[in-house]
Design a protein around this ligand. Structure first.
Ligand code: PLP
Ligand code: TYF
Length: 396
């Protein structure tokens, strides 16, 4: 019956995590997967979330199904976090709770594929691997636009804008509003203004994927391109994830928002989102959404959480500086300032696949074959050794 099923090679990032866990070296360092660890090297339970969890535990209620679109208080709180004072009127906005950012991408991709036949999505080159899997799985043709420039270790802005400016009307363009995964390279505010203007001019459909709001500059600044589309009346999809910024990875908490500039279209969009959810998994789980809703709806907890996000952001930035400074000392003829210009949890080091392999085999330092490291996995206890071992493989 199943003899024609090929083996699954495994996800490159998740498989590496398993290899890391089996590695018996005491000084091993995991910089592969995108998980934030604190200064002690531990995945934190944010104090705001811990308080919310304790409160919720005292109020156990029957575990009835949530509606297809998710928890009402959660959806409201998420919309306010995302759109703030720019919160579009209800007739313009459809928001559904999803299973993490991945679930939002899948629901959004399925909806687009149903109503826009033979869809194509343009994704940055490179991007998070699963973008390709999710969109192809939903029936999309996946094309790329230029993004990372290996020569400058920065953004190929002209290549990116030129490509986007050549796309057909209605084309879906996937954009990372901040903290681009895997490169950490983001457009500047001025560049975003130009990107949004081209999207408007050509009548494209942006699909924003926001997994690291607050990790680049601030919760408000990092979502600027999305809010600019609201101000200009440009329709868009927005997937957002609370895996990292609430440290709630396994709870699978996220949302999909669709902005509908034409009045009264949001009701039908929401209806079709509900149908898409119904046909996928029927309704989302409760607990993670309750945690996030509780934190965001309580002024004290919300302020505490905002400070916790800021603390994570600053810690990662501090680790970037320390890594760059120590690399500079160890390899003075090379420039590492690019590490300081990148945003978010990831750093694109420029290490080759062979150098990454040496790091892992000889030193137990785990990075991704593309040279991506998770800077959020560094701490004062391991950064010196990581810099030394990186310097060692860079010297060849
Ligand atoms: N989108 C991007 C760009 C990501 O980096 C990630 C996670 O690493 C996701 C989506 C998925 O988020 P989640 O774990 O909430 O499904
Ligand atoms: O490190 C990354 O880029 C991600 C991490 O369900 C990840 O791939 C792991 C599991 C998951 C979503 C994201």
């Amino acid at each position: 019956m199943f003899s024609h099923l090929p083996p699954y090679a495994g996800d490159p990032i998740l498989s590496l995590m398993e290899v890391f866990q089996r590695d018996e070296r005491a000084n091993k360092v995991n910089l592969s997967i995108g998980i934030y660890t604190d200064g002690r090297g531990i995945v934190p339970v944010l104090p705001s979330v811990r308080t919310a969890a304790a409160e919720i535990a005292k109020e156990v209620k029957p575990y009835v199904y949530l509606p297809m679109e998710g928890h009402g208080g959660y959806r409201q709180a998420v919309a306010q976090l995302l759109f703030g004072a720019d919160l579009p009127a209800p007739e313009h906005l459809a928001v559904v709770q999803t299973l993490g950012g991945s679930g939002a991408l899948k629901v959004g991709a399925d909806l687009i594929a149903r109503f826009f036949p033979q869809p194509t999505v343009w994704i940055p080159d490179p991007t998070w691997d699963n973008h390709i899997g999710i969109f192809e799985g939903a029936g999309f043709k996946v094309e790329r636009y230029p993004y990372y420039d290996a020569a400058t270790r920065g953004l190929d802005f002209n290549g990116m804008l030129g490509k986007i400016d050549s796309l057909p009307r209605g084309a879906v363009v996937l954009l990372h509003p901040c903290c681009h995964n895997p490169t950490g390279v983001d457009p500047t505010r001025e560049q975003w203004e130009q990107i949004v203007a081209v999207i408007e001019k050509r009548g494209l459909l942006p699909f924003f994927d926001l997994a690291y709001q607050g990790f680049a500059e601030s919760l408000e600044a990092d979502i600027w391109p999305v809010r600019e589309c609201v101000r200009r009346g440009i329709a868009f999809f927005l997937s957002n994830s609370f895996s990292k910024i609430f440290s709630l990875y396994s709870e699978r908490v996220g949302a999909l928002s669709v902005f509908c500039p034409q009045k009264d279209q949001a009701a039908n969009v929401l209806g079709q989102l509900k149908l898409t959810v119904r046909r996928n998994y029927s309704s989302p789980p409760m607990h993670g959404a309750l945690l996030v809703a509780r934190v965001l709806s309580d002024a004290t907890l919300a302020a505490q959480w905002r400070a916790e996000v800021e603390e994570m952001r600053l810690r990662v930035r501090d680790m970037r500086s320390k890594l760059a400074a120590q690399l500079k000392t160890a390899v003075p003829d090379q420039d590492f300032s690019f590490l300081l210009k990148q945003h978010g949890m990831f750093g694109y080091t420029g290490l080759s696949a062979a150098q990454v392999e040496r790091l892992r085999n000889e030193f137990g330092v785990y990075a991704i074959a593309t040279g991506r490291i998770c800077v959020a996995g560094l701490n004062d206890g391991n950064v010196a050794r990581v810099a030394e071992t990186m310097a060692e493989v860079l010297r060849g």
